[in-house]
Design a protein around this ligand. Structure first.
Ligand SMILES: Nc1nc2c(c(=O)[nH]1)N[C@H]1C(S)=C(S)[C@@H](COP(=O)(O)O)O[C@H]1N2
Ligand SMILES: [Mo]
Length: 217
């Protein structure tokens, strides 16, 4: 596997910094969640692709999902994952680089069904998603539990999730900016306290609510 594309990472970070320099997105606005399109967003045509310059090629046979940290250790292989309750949803999706998509048809395992299967310790407060490209992103367990559409998905638009979009399996957390939805997921770590993921240590907002414009700064 090659190294992450540092230039691409820098460019993306700058783009996001410019957005916060424009004075939007201090994260303290009390934006009502009534509009479908969050402030500062525009509808994309198609489904843009964003990554670190690495798109790992993981077959369903090679793929596995490891549960680590404050939970019963467990590894899901592809067949195990498909045996979990499967749900189809239609959701919107918002990236902090200002594109949004409407009515994405996704299929996979709802976070709440996943939680029921993995049983984290009661003391766990945060989750880190780990990916095959070295990416990671952190979320409070509460934020995941509060999103009825949070999922781990393996299909999009009725087709197996494309490699460029994180197949075989990616996170899908529509209530937060897209960087919280890890592609090529290989691990879910339950944590007893918060720790920052890939973009979060590089200045992205730790929470990332698009309706409050919790953008990088
Ligand atoms: N593993 C991994 N997941 C990732 C990323 C990444 O670089 N690697 N980028 C994030 C960012 S910043 C965005 S906007 C979305 C983009 O998802 P898409 O390429 O399917 O549109 O994936 C998120 N998940
Ligand atoms: Mo992003």
């Amino acid at each position: 596997m090659t190294q992450p594309n540092e230039k691409l990472i820098d460019a993306k970070q700058k783009l996001a910094e410019q957005r916060s320099a424009k004075g939007i997105g201090t994260g303290h606005e009390s934006a009502p969640k009534k509009d479908r399109l969050p402030p500062g967003q525009r509808l994309a045509s198609g489904f843009p692709v964003l990554d670190l310059g690495i798109q790992p090629e993981i077959t369903t046979t090679d793929w596995s999902l490891e549960i680590t940290g404050a939970a019963e250790k467990r590894t899901f292989k592809w067949d195990d994952f498909l045996k979990l309750p499967q749900t189809k949803l239609t959701t919107d999706f918002h990236c902090v680089t200002t594109w949004s998509i409407y009515d994405a048809k996704v299929e996979g395992v709802l976070w709440r069904d996943f939680l029921a299967a993995v049983k984290p310790d009661a003391a766990a407060t945060h989750v880190m998603f780990h990916s095959y490209d070295g990416y990671s992103t952190n979320l409070p367990l509460q934020a995941l539990n509060a999103d009825p559409q949070a999922m781990l998905i393996h299909a999009f638009g009725g087709q197996p999730l494309e490699r460029i979009h994180g197949g075989p399996v990616r996170g899908w957390v529509p209530t937060l900016y897209a960087w919280k939805s890890a592609k090529w997921v290989k691990g879910v770590e339950f944590m007893l306290k918060d720790k920052r993921g890939f973009w979060e240590v590089r200045g992205y907002h730790n929470h990332g609510d698009p309706w409050k414009e919790e953008v990088p700064r």
